[in-house]
Design a protein around this ligand. Structure first.
Ligand SMILES: *[C@@H]1O[C@H](CO)[C@@H](O)[C@H](O)[C@H]1NC(C)=O
Ligand SMILES: *[C@@H]1O[C@H](CO)[C@@H](O)[C@H](O)[C@H]1NC(C)=O
Ligand SMILES: *[C@@H]1O[C@H](CO)[C@@H](O)[C@H](O)[C@H]1NC(C)=O
Ligand SMILES: *[C@@H]1O[C@H](CO)[C@@H](O)[C@H](O)[C@H]1NC(C)=O
Ligand SMILES: *[C@@H]1O[C@H](CO)[C@@H](O)[C@H](O)[C@H]1NC(C)=O
Length: 559
């Protein structure tokens, strides 16, 4: 019997290792946060000035009030968009109970990807949008956003690409055969498209084309996928004013979306994609990734009659340290929202229990931070939060969704000096725009996890993940104990932070960083981060499992 158990244990370890390599097999893109240097370079090349909604003013780093103000504005726009879609009239105006509709003059996106299309290939910086389906690029422009006077971001040109093909009206993805007659003559002419987004008069239209999309798999191997997308000849509304200058990639459920197209072409194993976010905002989207067999999972709530389904899940309890509190609510899992938004009673249960378990003194930081009710002050000289309570949501079916890094740092500069951490807030906001707004699990709750959107099985999956290594992390079950660089005492061996994500710049990122706050997203990296200690500890887990495997094999041979 003991022998049998050992074999099971060996199988489990072998499976774990196999899953580790399989996980790096996904094909996809690196995600760039809108305030990352990569996006900044594209935007500057297009003539967007620092201080515009695309670029933070001057030297404001992540963690500063300007940074949070911009992200909160962005989240409000997302909520407005979602309400507009729920109304399904497609023509709603953006209005807010608590502010000026006119302040939201851009249709903002949180994440971008650099994509290469065609032969020879051209590069585009596309906005990623889970709320729509079509992928389109500025192309054969009649009306496009200005591109600045650089060579980056020239429109896509079908005639310049040897792999470009027309998509005729008879094509299965042509959804407007009715409009074909007006454009050409019957089923062999190019299929026209027109997408309208919620915001007034914002849209893109043109003809569908097919060309190759260049992707890279986890091992760095190039993959070329034939994809149908919109040759966007006419953009309107916000798309002329900076939103999605370089095109937009819809990640929705429809068969025309890139994840669906990759799955139906057989290039990826499953109609599924994963998103991984590390603490400094570095991310990765992998198409076809359905996660690992032992990931935690919960079903999506069926969308019913809603025209645009969201990734909606049920929660049954909130746990703070060992205290589990039953509370039922549904929440939308949206990587395009920066923070997490809850309604009462969930909001109060989570925040008050968090509050009673942290040892720093409560503080308020005013403008930029005012939406965050639970903020705390670091003592002079203190650079680490003393203790982060272990918090999680128990989803329908019982799977536990851990919040590995729900807090946001507060940075300030004294007399124009360098920004430094002075405190932190819990990155959870009470829904105030409207009490009927859905609770939203934003990017900050996905930090340290790989979240799998399995559309085929209609489940959300997740596991603790190291996005830098594209590898699963050992789950020690313990929360982080540090607020920033645990270069000091708490990096001693045996400290319970197996889910610690090291700060290591990615080799494929360029050097245009604006300090240690690079590259945007959910803030984390404090100025004095030490990279060397962390990398040795990060490899410890792999080493440990290899030793464990070895020991188990030896024991089993002895048996
Ligand atoms: C465009 O070119 C002008 C003159 O060559 C230059 O001053 C300006 O900075 C350029 N703008 C961009 C966005 O590159
Ligand atoms: C709305 O905008 C106007 C003009 O820009 C400004 O005077 C007013 O204070 C703003 N209101 C709010 C609530 O922000
Ligand atoms: C175009 O194709 C549709 C369906 O494939 C068919 O019903 C229609 O008659 C065709 N029109 C022409 C002009 O061939
Ligand atoms: C999420 O599911 C709940 C429960 O069915 C529903 O009331 C809510 O409207 C859904 N939200 C969205 C945006 O689909
Ligand atoms: C980044 O800078 C380092 C040293 O400053 C240099 O070795 C490296 O090649 C640079 N990487 C890129 C992508 O420019």
């Amino acid at each position: 019997m003991a022998h049998c158990n050992l074999l099971v244990a060996i199988a489990a370890v072998v499976l774990f290792l196999a899953v580790g390599t399989e996980a790096s097999g996904g094909i996809g893109f690196n995600l760039h946060h809108r305030f990352s240097p990569v996006v900044r370079q594209w935007m500057e090349a297009r003539g967007h000035a620092p201080g515009s909604s695309w670029l933070l003013p001057g030297d404001a780093p992540k963690g500063s009030r300007e940074y949070y103000s911009a992200l909160l504005r962005h989240d409000r726009a997302v909520f407005a968009r979602r309400r507009g879609l729920a109304n399904a009239d497609g023509q709603s105006t953006l209005t807010f109970a608590d502010g000026n509709a006119t302040r939201l003059d851009t249709y903002e996106y949180l994440h971008y990807a650099e994509v290469e299309v065609g032969t020879p290939s051209s590069k585009f910086l596309v906005a990623l949008d889970t709320g729509s389906d079509l992928f389109w690029l500025p192309c054969e422009c009649k009306v496009c956003a200005k591109t600045g006077n650089t060579t980056t971001g020239l429109p896509y040109s079908p005639s310049q690409s040897s792999t470009s093909k027309t998509v005729p009206c008879g094509h299965p993805l042509c959804e407007r055969p009715d409009a074909c007659g007006a454009v050409g003559t019957g089923n062999s002419s190019s299929c026209p498209y027109e997408v309208k987004y919620v915001s007034v008069n914002t849209g893109s239209s043109g003809v569908l084309v097919q060309d190759v999309l260049h992707l890279v798999d986890g091992g760095g191997k190039a993959v070329q996928a034939p994809i149908v997308f919109g040759c966007g000849q006419v953009q309107t509304g916000h798309f002329l004013r900076g939103a999605a200058d370089g095109g937009l990639m819809g990640l929705g459920m429809d068969k025309v979306s890139v994840p669906s197209a990759l799955a139906s072409s057989g290039l990826v194993a499953s109609d599924s994609f994963s998103m991984c976010f590390s603490r400094d905002g570095v991310g990765r989207i992998n198409f076809g990734d359905a996660g690992s067999p032992d990931q935690a999972e919960t079903p999506f709530i069926a969308a019913g009659s809603l025209q645009h389904p969201y990734y909606n899940i049920s929660v049954g309890a909130i746990t703070v340290d060992s205290k589990a509190m039953a509370v039922e609510f549904t929440a939308i899992v949206d990587s395009g929202t920066s923070f997490t938004y809850l309604n009462d009673p969930a909001y109060t249960l989570l925040t008050t229990n968090f509050n009673s378990r942290v040892s720093e003194a409560r503080d308020t930081y005013g403008s930029g931070y005012e939406k965050f009710e639970y903020c705390y002050r670091l003592s002079p000289g203190q650079t680490s939060m003393r203790r982060l309570p272990a918090m999680s949501l128990t989803t329908k079916g019982g799977a536990v969704f851990p919040m590995t890094w729900p807090i946001i740092p507060v940075l300030a500069s004294t007399n124009g000096g360098p920004y430094h951490p002075i405190g932190y807030c819990l990155g959870v906001i009470k829904n105030r725009i409207s009490s009927t707004d859905d609770a939203t699990i934003g990017q900050n709750f996905m930090t340290g996890l790989k979240v799998v959107f399995d559309r085929r099985r209609s489940v959300l999956g997740w596991e603790k993940f190291d996005c830098y290594k594209d590898a699963k992390m050992q789950d020690g079950g313990s929360p982080d104990t540090s607020l920033g660089s645990p270069a000091g005492d708490d990096s001693t061996p045996g400290s319970p932070n197996g889910d610690y994500v090291p700060y290591v710049p990615l080799p494929w990122e360029n050097n245009a960083t604006d300090g240690p706050y690079y590259p945007g997203g959910v803030p984390l990296t404090w100025p004095a981060r030490s990279g060397s200690g962390s990398s040795s500890r990060a490899s410890f887990g792999v080493l440990l499992s290899l030793i464990l495997l070895h020991v188990l094999v030896v024991i089993s041979v002895a048996w």
